[in-house]
Design a protein around this ligand. Structure first.
Ligand code: ZN
Length: 206
């Protein structure tokens, strides 16, 4: 892969950088896998974990998103009262006994009856606990981006479980290094007077 292919994608409705006529469809649109992995990464930005922000996105066989999650403390548990440390003399003073991983939250947040046959897109290779949840929920495919904890016992156990359950896992290799969300891409964020009969917010001065 050459350097040019690892380009940045600004998600916008502007004419394509390829210079093609605007009567043609855009060429630089996100592929499904890029889109779902990007949704996982966007979700991760909701995480309050200071050291690790992980997102997950579950997708049906019809390419519909049925669940999104990120790592965080359980619902109703004040995340200002629970520890976020990675290490401490007492394990109870670390985040590990408390935090819910992105995969768990994506599964629990599902907006469909179940996630059987779905694919989960996740930023990090799932740990053994999440592998159990993935298997039991009926998810049939795992797409991950980073495998930075590959050599840990948790990941080894995870691979064993996924292999035995015959759930394939594959690494996602992004074609672009970065996807930028530009809120200005759709036009000015300040509402202006419209000749088409709209009621512009700026005129609502009473
Ligand atoms: Zn996990």
């Amino acid at each position: 892969m050459n350097v040019e292919e690892k380009s940045t994608c600004a998600v916008s409705n502007s004419p394509d950088s390829s210079g093609g006529p605007e009567t043609m469809k855009r060429q630089n649109y996100l592929e499904w896998s890029e889109y779902f992995m990007a949704v996982a990464f966007l979700s991760a930005q909701r995480s309050k974990d200071p050291s690790s922000q992980v997102g997950a996105c579950i997708v049906s066989q019809e390419n519909k998103i049925v669940g999104i999650g990120y790592n965080g403390m359980p619902n109703g548990c004040d995340d200002d009262l629970l520890p976020w440390a990675r290490s401490a003399d007492d394990r109870l003073d670390t985040k590990y006994p408390y935090v819910c991983h992105a995969e768990m939250n994506a599964i629990m947040n599902k907006n469909s009856a179940d996630v059987k046959g779905c694919t989960i897109y996740v930023a990090l290779f799932p740990c053994n606990e999440c592998a159990k949840l993935i298997i039991q929920s009926g998810i049939k495919d795992v797409v991950y981006l980073s495998d930075k904890y590959h050599c840990t016992p948790e990941m080894e156990a995870s691979r064993r479980l996924l292999d035995l359950a015959r759930i394939p896992y594959r690494q996602f290799h992004p074609k672009r290094k970065m996807i930028v969300i530009d809120f200005d891409s759709i036009g000015p964020s300040v509402e202006r007077e419209c000749n088409g009969g709209c009621t512009p917010a700026l005129n609502d001065k009473h």
